[in-house]
Design a protein around this ligand. Structure first.
Ligand code: URA
Length: 190
């Protein structure tokens, strides 16, 4: 099966549940990538532009990519959930992002697993808890960030989510350290 077919099936399933107008943000990038990044779910800007990681989290991701000395075009970037999870702020009446719930993750997981099979990356980098738990079950990012984990014949490297480090200096330093170690790991495996 190719990626377009996988995405068409996902679209049909999502539209059956959420209606025709729901916006879906599919994975982007090099489908032969050796490194695949998996985020949580699109936010407002990603929904508007139809691409993962284009808002503030995307700026953080660019910093990430600079540290690794790789190009965005060399990566495949996707999210576990491909529709924007939101709630309505009662005061403003506006949509605000929230973490995806169990149902949304369950609806999307087989699509993610097919993306992994098709792109077949050597290294999967999970960003934050959602993709880590979706793939590995009950495991805490605090225990495994920056460690190489074997995953179905591939390597999985858990990182904190780029958005979670914005206001947390201590976490930021850890995140940069994890990235530097990932860079060494990539270099030594090439
Ligand atoms: N955060 C994510 O996890 N994914 C996006 O695409 C944007 C923000």
């Amino acid at each position: 099966m190719d990626l377009n077919t996988v995405y068409e099936q996902y679209r049909d399933r999502i539209r059956d549940i959420y209606g025709e107008d729901v916006k879906i943000v599919y994975g982007v990038g090099n489908i032969d990538a050796e490194i695949m990044l998996i985020g949580e779910a699109p936010g407002r800007f990603e929904e508007e532009q139809g691409k993962p990681f284009v808002g503030q989290a995307g700026k953080n991701l660019d910093e990430f990519i600079n540290i690794l000395e790789i190009k965005r075009e060399d990566l495949f970037i996707t999210n576990v959930v491909k529709i924007r999870p939101y709630k309505i702020n009662e005061k403003t009446g506006r949509k605000v992002n929230r973490a995806p719930n169990k149902k949304e993750i369950e609806l999307s997981l087989d699509t993610l697993l097919k993306e992994i099979e098709i792109v077949s990356p050597k290294i999967i980098v999970t960003l934050g808890n959602t993709p880590l738990k979706a793939l590995l079950g009950d495991i805490k990012i605090g225990d495994v960030h920056g460690k190489v984990i074997e995953y179905n014949g591939r390597f999985l490297y858990p990182l904190y989510h780029p958005a979670s480090i914005i206001y947390n200096r201590a976490l930021y330093d850890v995140y940069i350290e994890d990235l530097k170690n990932l860079k060494k790991y990539i270099k030594s495996n090439n």
